[in-house]
Design a protein around this ligand. Structure first.
Ligand code: GLN
Length: 271
C-alpha cells in the first residue's frame, strides 16, 4: 500500500478495497483532525510505521515503535534463506535457533510461526526492545525465549549447539550516519551503528559463533551494501567458517551471507 492508503485505511479502519469502493465518502471533522496529526508527524520525518504503530513483515502484522528498528523487506530474504537452508538439511529433529539482536522480534517470531516445532532463543542488549519483541511474540501466540544481554553474553553456559544462528546486526559505518535520510534518526542508534566501517558486530559475532553452533549448523547474517568482502574476510580469518552462499536482494545487492562451520576448526567454546 502507498503511504496515503496506509494513513486512510488506518484512520477509517477499513481495508484498501473499501477505500476505493467508497471514494465519495468525506472525512468527518474528527477523522480529518486525525489525518492532519499524522501528516504533521510525517512531515518532520517520523517513519509512518512508528506513527501508525505497526508494519507488515512476512505477511504478519508487527507492532513497532521507537524501542526498536522497523523491520525491513530485505530481512524477509534473510528469513527465507534460513528456511531454505534448514529445509535442505532434511533434519526432522527439534531445531534450535538463536536470533541475535532481535529488536522488534520480527525474525524470531516469524521463524517461530513458520517452524512451530523449533526451539527459539532471541537476545537483545536493549531491555526496551526485548519488551516490544515479547509483545510481538504474544500477539502471534508463539513461544520464544527472550534473553537480555549483549550478543552471546545473554546466554547461559549450557545454551549452545544451535542448528542456526541468525542475525541482522547493526551495520552502518559511523561516518555514513550523517548522510542518511531523516527517517533513520527516529530509530534507535544502537540498532544501526556499528563502528568505523560498520563491521563491529560481524567481528564480534563471528569470533564467538562457532562455540554455539552444531558441527553442521548455519550462521546466516544480513549484510549492508558493499560489505560482502569485509565479512568474508572476517569469516576466513576466524578459520571457523566457510562461506556457503551469498544471496542478493530485490535491488540486486548482496544481502545475505550463509556460512557453515569449516571442518578444520578446533571447537572454540564460550570465550
Ligand atoms: N532483528 C531486528 C530486525 O531485523 C533488529 C535488527 C537490529 O536492531 N539491527 O529488524
Amino acid at each position: 500500500m502507498t503511504e496515503a492508503e496506509l494513513v486512510l485505511t488506518h484512520v477509517l479502519n477499513c481495508d484498501r478495497l473499501s477505500l476505493y469502493l467508497n471514494k465519495d465518502v468525506c472525512l468527518d471533522r474528527n477523522k480529518s483532525v486525525q489525518v492532519s496529526a499524522i501528516l504533521k508527524r510525517r512531515i518532520i520525518g517520523e517513519p509512518l510505521q512508528y506513527i501508525l504503530g505497526s508494519t507488515e513483515f512476512m505477511g504478519y502484522e508487527f507492532k513497532v515503535d521507537k524501542r526498536a528498528l522497523i523491520p525491513r523487506p530485505e530481512t524477509e530474504i534473510l528469513i527465507s534463506s534460513a528456511l531454505e537452508k534448514l529445509k535442505s538439511t532434511g533434519k526432522t529433529n527439534q531445531l534450535k535457533i538463536l536470533d541475535l539482536g532481535t529488536g522488534s522480534g520480527c525474525i524470531a517470531v516469524c521463524l517461530a510461526k513458520l517452524l512451530p516445532q523449533a526451539l527459539i532463543w532471541a537476545t537483545d542488549v536493549s531491555w526496551a526492545a526485548l519488551q516490544l519483541a515479547k509483545e510481538n511474540a504474544d500477539l502471534h501466540k508463539v513461544k520464544v525465549k527472550f534473553l537480555w544481554g549483549d550478543i552471546f553474553g545473554a546466554l547461559e553456559k549450557d545454551q549452545k549447539e544451535f542448528d542456526l544462528i541468525i542475525s541482522n546486526p547493526p551495520y552502518i559505518a559511523k561516518q555514513e550516519f550523517c548522510g542518511l535520510a531523516k527517517e533513520i534518526f527516529f530509530e534507535p542508534v544502537l540498532a544501526l551503528e556499528a563502528g568505523i566501517d560498520g563491521t563491529d558486530f560481524y567481528r564480534r559475532i563471528i569470533s564467538q559463533a562457532a562455540g554455539y553452533l552444531k558441527e553442521d549448523g548455519f550462521l546466516i547474517l544480513e549484510m549492508g551494501l558493499g560489505q560482502r568482502s569485509a565479512i568474508e574476510d572476517i569469516l576466513r580469518k576466524s578459520k571457523n567458517f566457510k562461506v556457503i552462499e551469498i544471496i542478493k536482494d530485490y535491488n540486486n545487492i548482496e544481502r545475505v551471507m550463509v556460512a557453515g562451520r569449516s571442518k578444520s576448526e578446533i571447537l572454540n567454546p564460550k570465550l
